[in-house]
Ligand binder design. Structure first.
Ligand SMILES: CC(C)(COP(=O)(O)OP(=O)(O)OC[C@H]1O[C@@H](n2cnc3c(N)ncnc32)[C@H](O)[C@@H]1OP(=O)(O)O)[C@@H](O)C(=O)NCCC(=O)NCCS
Length: 164
């Protein structure tokens, strides 16, 4: 198993990010099921590249062919109440390899480092997204409430440790 390390999203990740956005599983589990237009994707990339709020997970070379060295993507979105929401995507060819929890853990640490005054991180996950719920729970996110649209709302505090 390879351990993901994060680096900020770059314009050269355009094709990778677009491929993940087009993936049917990603779309089905996303808050917005419609496939983003090129302009929408451009805006999404521009925002995250400018603010360094999305990161690409990179695997070690021994464990992955160069072409498939990008394992996934994590991003943070701030809402009107200044809460930080974490979302992750594991690249389709890497799913089922137990990468989701280490990716969430790495992105959580990255987000807490980038927002040093923020005590909590949030995640909003579709009821049917079992793999994501398990991975976020294993990474120390807790919550037992479904919101009015049928999403689990999980929260992780800065001091909470991930499951061993
Ligand atoms: C959700 C997602 C990140 C999970 O990544 P993954 O590589 O498939 O998951 P992992 O191999 O790391 O497994 C995570 C856990 O889910 C379980 N799992 C994996 N696939 C599963 C499935 N289809 N159904 C139920 N559980 C599943 C694993 O057994 C593991 O649980 P465990 O640690 O208790 O054994 C990935 O499927 C994905 O990118 N989906 C599209 C985008 C998305 O849904 N993002 C999350 C919203 S924030």
């Amino acid at each position: 198993m390879t351990t993901p390390t994060l680096r900020p999203l770059r314009w050269t990740d355009w094709g990778f990010a677009r491929r993940l956005a087009a993936d049917p599983v990603t779309r089905a589990m996303s808050e917005d099921p419609t496939f983003p237009t090129t302009l929408g994707h451009l805006r999404w990339m521009a925002r995250h590249v400018a603010h360094a709020t999305a990161w690409v997970a990179i695997g070690d070379r021994q464990a992955s062919w160069f072409r498939f060295n990008r394992l996934g993507l994590a991003q943070v979105k701030q809402d009107a109440r200044q809460r930080l929401w974490l979302g992750v995507t594991v690249a389709p060819e890497w799913r089922g390899c137990q990468l989701a929890q280490p990716l969430i853990e790495a992105a959580t640490q990255q987000a807490f480092a980038q927002w040093p005054l923020e005590p909590t991180l949030w995640a909003r996950i579709k009821f049917a997204n079992e793999a994501s719920i398990k991975a976020f729970s294993n990474a120390g996110y807790v919550g037992s409430k479904l919101d009015s649209e049928g999403y689990w709302v999980l929260v992780r505090t800065r001091n909470r440790k991930a499951a061993a």
